[in-house]
Design a protein around this ligand. Structure first.
Ligand code: SDX
Length: 428
């Protein structure tokens, strides 16, 4: 017997289960054969369950580490750009100069939407939340690219990957323009990925708009920080949808829908709203106490994480980006930033947060940066979805390419009624 095997005893009968070691992080117990013994593992919320093997992103929650294909997020945020990171996530290696030029060129020349998609936007009420529009338009892309439905065709997968990476910023920007009753602005091939998004968001037909390079760089860094995060809820949704061989546009639309939740990608919008509700440093204690009171149902938005039991490394980089953007804009006295810094300090010194190992996550500061970049609160989660599209695609493609593919089909613990006979309505 392999001493590394796990032994489970059920009704006194020992069952050996092999353990599998990854290249980094905890080993896993391979429970795939457990079903043949007539029982299953039970883990709603996947607190202790690895749903797949992946070589894309590594997180160490205890030490607060985040690597994309082995590269620490701090180095990528400082030295790379979001399209180079997308290349890295997709291909596993950083591109050389020629590969980078070709990749950027392909993305640049796929940013426009099919012209008939404009009428899809016009079917929404003007006050539709941008995420509702994004979920719909991204899913509708499948109708314009029917050839994308054969996910076993690597060439078609490749084309769909570029179409999604290139077009989602246009969908996000147009979702906002439509919400504002403004005309759509078309992407400009002379601009970089983040610059182009700022341009499509803020330019109007009446005057030119030149994106501020410091602000564009800050947005590019936000795209890098949000690009991937191993098997979070929305990425798991993309994998679940993709496991049925649904087309990539449907899978990314499903991930976008899941990310919208306030416990997930919607937290950046909620965190900023919370800081605005706090309004003054003197009220921070009141909100911290509410978060500690179980009966309140209130949580400090932007705090806590399923994996990070230390500072989310992205939050630290986002805090630094906050300083840079607010200084660039002469807003270093921004009251919300002061409240955020004070709230972080108070919470990190409070026994409740220390015991539960609750630290600021990526969403705590991102809202302040996005607001300073002139991005409306309603667009915060849309920006998260735009950035995460690179990672969702990488994870989806990795799953399709992994040999021995299986459709995802969890089991359950049944707690319903025993068998019983139908009773006619006259006898009920
Ligand atoms: C993202 O998974 C990812 O990687 C996600 C993400 C990504 O990049 O994809 O990192 C992006 O989603 C970041 C998280 C954004 N969400 C928020 O900021 C919302 C507020 N935080 C939470 O609701 C919560 O912390 C979660 C959802 C993030 C994590 O939830 P868990 O792991 O299921 O933990 P839990 O809800 O069981 O909380 C553990 C305890 C609970 O108390 P007890 O029941 O044990 O007494 O901590 C408490 C919770 O009540 N708690 C909080 C809290 N978060 C957890 N108490 C107050 N304020 C909070 N923010």
């Amino acid at each position: 017997m392999n001493p590394r095997n796990a032994t489970l005893s059920i009704d006194g009968k020992p069952i050996e289960l092999p353990t599998l070691d990854g290249s980094l992080g905890p080993a896993v117990v391979d429970t795939r054969t457990l079903g043949s013994h007539g029982c299953y593992t039970y883990d709603p919320g996947f607190l202790s369950t690895a749903s797949c093997s992946s070589g894309i992103t590594y997180i160490d929650g205890e030490q607060g580490l985040l690597y994309y294909r082995g590269y620490p997020i701090e180095q990528l945020a400082e030295k790379s750009d979001c399209l180079e990171v997308a290349y890295l996530l997709w291909h596993g290696e950083l591109p050389d100069a020629a590969q980078k030029r070709a990749f950027d060129q392909l993305v640049t020349h796929h940013t426009m939407l099919h012209d008939q998609m404009l009428s899809l936007f016009k079917g929404f009420r003007r006050d539709a939340h941008p995420m509702a529009v994004m979920v719909s338009i991204i899913g509708a892309m499948a109708a314009f690219y029917p050839e994308s439905s054969d996910v076993t065709d690597a060439q078609q997968r490749g084309i769909s990957m570029f179409r999604l990476l290139a077009k989602v910023p246009t969908v996000a920007a147009w979702s906002y323009k439509y919400n504002q009753g403004m005309p759509f602005t078309y992407p400009q091939n002379r601009l970089g990925y983040a610059e182009n998004f700022l341009y499509m968001l803020h330019a109007t037909p009446c005057e030119d708009y030149v994106p501020n390079p410091t602000l564009a760089r800050a947005l590019d860094r936000i795209f890098i920080l949000h690009a991937d995060h191993e098997q979070n809820a929305s990425t798991s949704t993309v994998r679940m949808a993709g496991s049925s061989y649904a087309n990539p546009f449907a899978c990314i639309a499903a991930g976008t829908a899941c990310l919208w939740g306030p416990l997930h990608g919607g937290a950046n919008e909620s965190a900023l709203a919370m800081l605005e509700e706090i309004g003054d440093i003197s009220r921070i204690g009141e909100f911290v106490n509410r978060a500690k009171d179980k009966t309140s149902g209130f949580r400090l938005m932007g705090f806590g994480h399923r994996v990070y039991k230390n500072m989310d490394p992205r939050a630290a980089i986002m805090r630094q980006t906050c300083h840079e953007v607010l200084d660039e804009l002469g807003l270093h006295d921004d009251p919300l930033f002061k409240i955020a810094l004070k709230l972080e300090k108070i919470a990190l010194e409070d026994d409740y947060f220390i015991e539960k190992r609750l630290y600021p996550n990526v969403d705590f500061y991102s809202g302040i940066v996005l607001r300073a970049l002139g991005i409306p609160t309603s667009m915060f989660t849309a920006i998260f979805a735009l950035a995460r599209t690179a990672g969702w695609i990488a994870q989806w493609n990795e799953m399709i390419e992994t040999p021995g593919h299986k459709i995802a089909r969890p089991r359950q613990l049944y707690t319903g009624p025993q068998r019983r006979e139908f009773v006619g309505i006259g006898e009920r």
